[in-house]
Design a protein around this ligand. Structure first.
Ligand SMILES: C[S@@+](CC[C@H](N)C(=O)[O-])C[C@H]1O[C@@H](n2cnc3c(N)ncnc32)[C@H](O)[C@@H]1O
Length: 204
């Protein structure tokens, strides 16, 4: 069953508010750190964009153009109502439009079982760079009620997601399948990764 946090934009934003309630300044800091790597007046595509919070808080006056992609129709509808260009997209199979910068925040673990191809797809879409902010965690424990709830919270309707990245896995994945321009720890066990354009034409 789809997580209640993904039923609609209101419930999602309420859940996020609860998660960050005592550390709003750190949430802003991670966004600011990510924005530092987005050249002013770039064309940006944000994948797995949720309800477009990063755009509204940080990018609306910074970028030349922006497109949000997300699989959740309720989120896409909400972004459209808010005036954010958004497209319902299943990133596993639909194309990603080209942009100077492709951004993804807190979502790489959704694609862990297809990580190398997925990373390649992001790099092909990015004319200049890919920016990823990703939480780091031990794999979630199926025996722990708390971890089962965390896994359920990000269920898009295809089952709870127990997989997460350790720092070593994340770094290893990026080193193997991309060229890392910047790798930086953020507060709250997250990492900011900036990947530069890599030519994958030989792989196609
Ligand atoms: C934890 S949320 C993060 C959302 C947003 N980046 C943020 O920071 O608020 C993960 C997002 O990934 C999206 N997602 C998961 N699987 C997807 C897929 N296959 N294609 C597109 N979006 C997907 C979900 O709908 C959700 O909006």
């Amino acid at each position: 069953m789809k997580s209640p946090a993904y039923w609609n934009a209101l419930l999602y934003e309420l859940s996020v508010k609860l998660l960050w309630r005592k550390k709003k300044s750190r949430e802003i800091l991670r966004w600011e750190k990510a924005r530092q790597w987005i050249p002013k007046a770039s064309n940006v595509v944000e994948v797995a964009a949720g309800t477009g919070r990063f755009y509204l808080e940080m990018l609306s006056h910074h970028v030349k153009s922006y497109m949000a992609l997300d699989i959740n129709p309720a989120f896409v509808e909400n972004m459209t109502l808010k005036g954010i260009p958004a497209l319902q997209t299943d990133l596993r199979k639909d194309p990603i439009p080209g942009a100077d910068v492709v951004v993804m925040i807190s979502a790489l673990y959704h694609f862990k079982n297809i990580a190398p191809e997925f990373l390649k797809k992001l790099q092909i879409a990015a004319r200049d760079r890919v920016i990823i902010v990703e939480p780091i965690s031990q794999p979630l424990d199926r025996k722990s009620l708390y971890d089962r709830m965390r896994a359920k919270l990000v269920d898009i309707g295809e089952g709870p997601i127990f997989q997460r990245y350790s720092k070593e896995e994340l770094l290893g994945l990026c080193e193997k399948h991309a060229e890392i321009l910047h790798f930086e720890p953020l507060p709250d066990n997250e990492f900011l990764i900036v990947l530069c354009k890599k030519n994958h034409s030989k792989d196609l």
